[in-house]
Write a protein of this length. Structure first.
Length: 281
């Protein structure tokens, strides 16, 4: 199981889904804070590049007994951990050991809204995490939408394929969902980058471009595995240290439908053929 973060009392039954590190908050996700003023600077800014996600599997549904236990909690709140996060310099865009790269610097500016397919490819490549929605198999919410945050990559920086790849483990509820029904929808938004903040766009504003990709999640074959591994590990190097006992493997979303929202008037429909025909110079 994952030890309680600094500042938290020890717990005997914490969920073993999160890679063993000391980042805050427990379970990962959300944004981090980082110093931007150099040594000795006290000025802090929100860093939007903060993917934190363990995965799902299409193979096995073996649930360790520890998963029935409560999440690790801090009582009282973990102020020492929060203070440590505020004053500790972070590497890369997402904190400790999280790929020091910037996809947006390697691509042209946001494509014109008239070119919806190019906008979709741009968003897919610049975003390195998304929300994957499946249909729940849990009795209490069976058949309801179930969304999970996953780290992803469509290729090395500046060389995106358009295919969202995931590094997945059997230790999530989404596993059972996909075993019964592999159909899923993936949402990514430029709200995850500096673009919308700099422009003053609210994440829900149509001007803050986001896309929805629907299809099926499948395990990648041997031919594709090398590219999937390179694509993910260059953006998320921490993945290389995740416990092998969690049976991680590479998977992808086979895209069948694409919706683009980047302006007023409703979503634009893009075909997979239009999407994959886009090239960036």
């Amino acid at each position: 199981t994952t030890p309680a973060p600094a500042g938290c009392p020890a717990h005997s039954a914490s969920r073993p889904l999160r890679p063993p590190d000391s980042d805050w908050p427990p379970g990962g996700g959300g944004t981090s804070l980082r110093s931007v003023g150099g040594a000795g600077s006290a000025r802090l800014t929100l860093d939007p590049w903060r993917p934190r996600a363990c995965g799902l599997s299409l193979e096995s549904r073996s649930w360790p007994p520890e998963l029935a236990g409560p999440r690790a909690r801090c009582s009282p709140p973990c102020w020492p951990a929060l203070v440590a996060l505020l004053v500790t310099p972070a590497g890369g865009r997402g904190g400790r050991d999280h790929g020091d790269w910037d996809a947006s610097a390697l691509l042209p500016p946001l494509p014109p809204r008239e070119d919806a397919a190019r906008v979709a490819r741009f968003v897919t490549h610049v975003c390195d995490w998304g929300a994957l929605a499946t249909l729940s198999t849990e009795p209490a919410v069976r058949g309801w939408a179930f969304a999970d945050i996953l780290s992803l990559s469509d290729g090395p920086p500046g060389a995106g394929s358009g295919v969202p790849y995931f590094y997945l483990s059997p230790m999530q509820q989404s596993v059972g969902n996909l075993q019964e029904n592999p159909h899923a929808s993936l949402t990514m938004s430029l709200a995850q980058t500096n673009f919308c903040r700099k422009q003053g766009f609210d994440p829900q504003s149509p001007l803050c471009a986001h896309i929805i990709l629907s299809g099926t999640v499948t395990k990648v074959n041997q031919t594709e595995m090398g590219f999937a591994k390179q694509s993910l590990f260059v953006r998320h190097p921490e993945m290389k240290t995740w416990p092998s006992s969690h049976n991680w493997f590479f998977a992808k979303l086979n895209i069948s439908n694409i919706w683009v929202v980047d302006y007023f008037g409703g979503p634009k429909i893009v075909t997979p053929e239009e999407y994959y025909n886009v090239t960036f110079q």
